[in-house]
Design a protein around this ligand. Sequence first.
Ligand SMILES: Nc1ncnc2c1ncn2[C@@H]1O[C@H](COP(=O)(O)OP(=O)(O)OP(=O)(O)O)[C@@H](O)[C@H]1O
Ligand SMILES: [Mg+2]
Length: 355
Amino acid sequence: MLFSFGKTKSIVGLDIGSSSVKAVECAVRGKGVELSKVGIAQLPAEAIVQGAFLNSGAITEAIQEAIESADIKVKNVATAVSGHSVIVKKISLPTMTREELEESIRWEAEQYIPFDINEVNLDFQILEGADLEGQMDVLLVAAKKDLIDDYVHVISDAGLTPSVIDVAAFAVENAFDANYDSDPEEVVALVNIGSQVVNINIIAGGSPAFTRDISTGGSVYTEEIQKALSVSWEEAERMKIGGVGPENSQDVVPQEVEDAMRNVTDTVLGEISRSLDFFSATAAESRISRVILSGGGSKVSGLEAAFQGKTNLPVERINPLARVAPSSRLDAEFLEDAGPSLAVSLGLALRRMDD
Ligand SMILES: Nc1ncnc2c1ncn2[C@@H]1O[C@H](COP(=O)(O)OP(=O)(O)OP(=O)(O)O)[C@@H](O)[C@H]1O
Ligand SMILES: [Mg+2]
């Protein structure tokens, strides 16, 4: 967590994505967790571009709309940052205590962070596991202060209180942990395909072994369809989601759409698998055992199968409600449709409970 302002009783998980804002509230029910409230509000296409908040007013409005549509009353918010202004690195340091590391982390981090150390918020986690020859593994997290400030502003302007700032890839992991049994021997690649960012988080031995965000996702499909057919963004988005699935009659989806989508899937999967290959080449002991997809971009028809074909790994879409039980007040069809997109917001909403 990059930021945590004390412990709060209740928290809203707020995922400010470049295509939509998702707000989630959970509650403890007996021995389990209930998904109590969910609100989603679309953002205009140019409000967030490459992680930059170009239209803060529209983002604040979307936050309010998501919160109000879900009837959420809680004010404390956990949110997540991602993209190229966020660096997550596993580093090896001489064994020391937490206190000692707190003293020296800025100095240690400097060589790993491609930004001015004075312009980032830093956090770290000492990873459990073998203390080999006086060395320990540390997960280093840095995010540009400008980026954090942008999040704090839109959340405050929406009348809410920013309480926790996390990293999107870690929030996905949290949602995964809440819903799946994890075998510590297993190496799981969590791949969250959003609109403009793909968050990759490879979990080995129960903690992140490799984390990387790449700048691609669902919006690339929309752009390519737009170009191929000279249609508006909205029209292209509709064609993409209308899809080329078996339930849609082929003649309403022009061949060009199908071709454009297949090409983009090839490119997107190429980029993702390069990262997975990089991990495999550098992490000696670790072979990826399976891939869990999330994010709205994972719903592109044929993507799951193409992923499996390309990597030869078992690939499945996350079920964020495998263990988290939805409130009976929530619409099942809405949840089914939104499910993959809720990984980050759900993982954030669960932050307080597992602290
Ligand atoms: N049924 C569908 N078929 C294809 N694409 C879909 C479908 N549903 C949603 N998408 C796409 O998923 C993307 C949105 O996913 P998500 O909500 O995970 O992204 P985001 O969090 O808003 O963006 P980011 O994290 O990249 O900033 C959009 O590009 C949207 O068009
Ligand atoms: Mg997202």
